[in-house]
Design a protein around this ligand. Structure first.
Ligand code: ATP
Length: 350
């Protein structure tokens, strides 16, 4: 919404038309609780610091609130050194800092966060094709890392709410426990940034110089973690007891397999369990050995960190070289020959 105000009364008039939930309105005591809109309060949107070793000889610097501009500056280095054909992209992952926000909801809104972002350079006439390409890529990524896709919703940003540089933006929203909120964004940034930086592109084939347009897929790394963790958190009842477990997609589980000797004080069991552990470790390094506490507690510990498989070496192992493999989601156990074990686990981790 763009509206010009010329007086204090106009500003109050505008403020009173802002729609807010009734409960907030009632709690606010109406306008008395708002500060004067013309008080001229300014926000610190960026974190300020000083660069330079000597006191008094420093330069003011500001921590970046986004990654994008660094990549637009890199555009020139890449074009000059690699001469890539369009379309091509630059991807970066890095820290961003926002000072004006109110941190809340765990990792969702923090002052210092990690962004993963692409700037994808294209011909203007092809923007819709590339926008659709990235839209699909983003859905594939969501499925690939095991974010529950039923909890993700696209939201088309309306013309009125589009950022000044964008002709189209889709927000990917996620059903967080505290509400449906932005997870990722996909924007068509036109040629706004390269034009502002006065950067262009020379096409060897057509011998023409022009400014490429840009599609920008943006992924918040912290919000990704939060979506994975809140989506994977599960509770059920197993063996008459309530249990909490993380239903992580096996591909992203930090520990894929845990190996246990049934009893810690039986040397033969421990020795065989170490052997099994070493055998798996060659192919699957994300492995854990645990002989602490009773077996039930060890299973629960692994359930809580989302380990898909627990392998137990017991007395039967010493007789017939089979182990039990317990699946995280059902708690069911199967006996598998030690020699077939690696293949069995690999198949199920896919
Ligand atoms: P929001 O509307 O939630 O404030 P935004 O529109 O300001 O987000 P962008 O500027 O588009 O977000 O930032 C790109 C991505 O960075 C977002 O999709 C989100 O994943 C992540 N992000 C933005 N602000 C924060 C923050 N304060 N803490 C953690 N992640 C953030």
């Amino acid at each position: 919404m763009e509206k010009f105000v010329s007086s204090r009364e106009d500003m109050y008039g505008l403020a009173s038309t802002i729609i807010m939930p009734e409960s907030v309105w009632a709690a606010s005591g109406h306008l008395e609780n708002f500060t004067d809109p013309l008080d001229g309060k300014k926000f610190n949107t960026m974190f300020k610091s000083e660069a330079g070793a000597r006191k008094g000889e420093t330069t003011n610097v500001y921590l970046r609130p986004e990654l994008a501009q660094g990549m637009f500056v890199n555009f020139k280095n890449i074009v000059d050194s690699f001469h890539p054909n369009l379309p091509f992209g630059i991807a970066q992952i890095g820290k961003c800092f926002r000072n004006e926000i109110s941190p809340r909801d765990f990792l969702f809104r923090v002052r210092e966060f990690n962004l993963m972002e692409f700037e994808y350079f294209i011909l203007e006439k092809e923007w819709e094709k590339h926008f659709e390409y990235w839209r699909k890529e983003m859905w594939d990524w969501i499925k690939e890392i095991g974010i529950n896709k039923d909890k993700v919703h696209e939201s088309e940003v309306s013309k009125e709410e589009l950022a000044h540089y964008s002709k189209r933006t889709i927000d990917f929203e996620f059903d967080f426990p505290f509400g449906k909120k932005e997870l990722y964004g996909l924007a068509y940034r036109t040629d706004y940034d390269l034009a502002n930086h006065k950067l262009n592109y020379y096409d060897e084939e057509t011998k023409k110089t022009f400014i490429p347009h840009v599609i920008e897929p943006t992924f918040g790394a912290d919000r990704t973690m939060l979506a994975i963790l809140t989506g994977a958190y599960a509770e059920d009842e197993l063996g008459g007891e309530k249990r909490v477990f993380l239903k992580l997609k096996p591909r992203i589980a930090p520990v894929k397999v845990a190996v246990f000797p049934l009893l810690k004080n039986k040397a033969k069991l421990v020795e065989k369990a170490r052997e099994v552990y070493k055998m798996i470790k060659v192919a699957i390094p994300q492995l854990m050995f645990d002989d602490n506490g009773n077996i039930g507690k060890r299973y629960r510990r692994q359930d809580e960190i989302g380990t898909p498989f627990c392998v137990t070496v017991d007395f039967e192992t010493l007789e017939n070289d089979t182990v039990t493999v317990r699946g995280r989601d059902t708690g069911e156990q199967q006996r598998v020959g030690a020699k077939e074990l690696l293949e069995y686990i690999r198949e199920r981790l896919k």
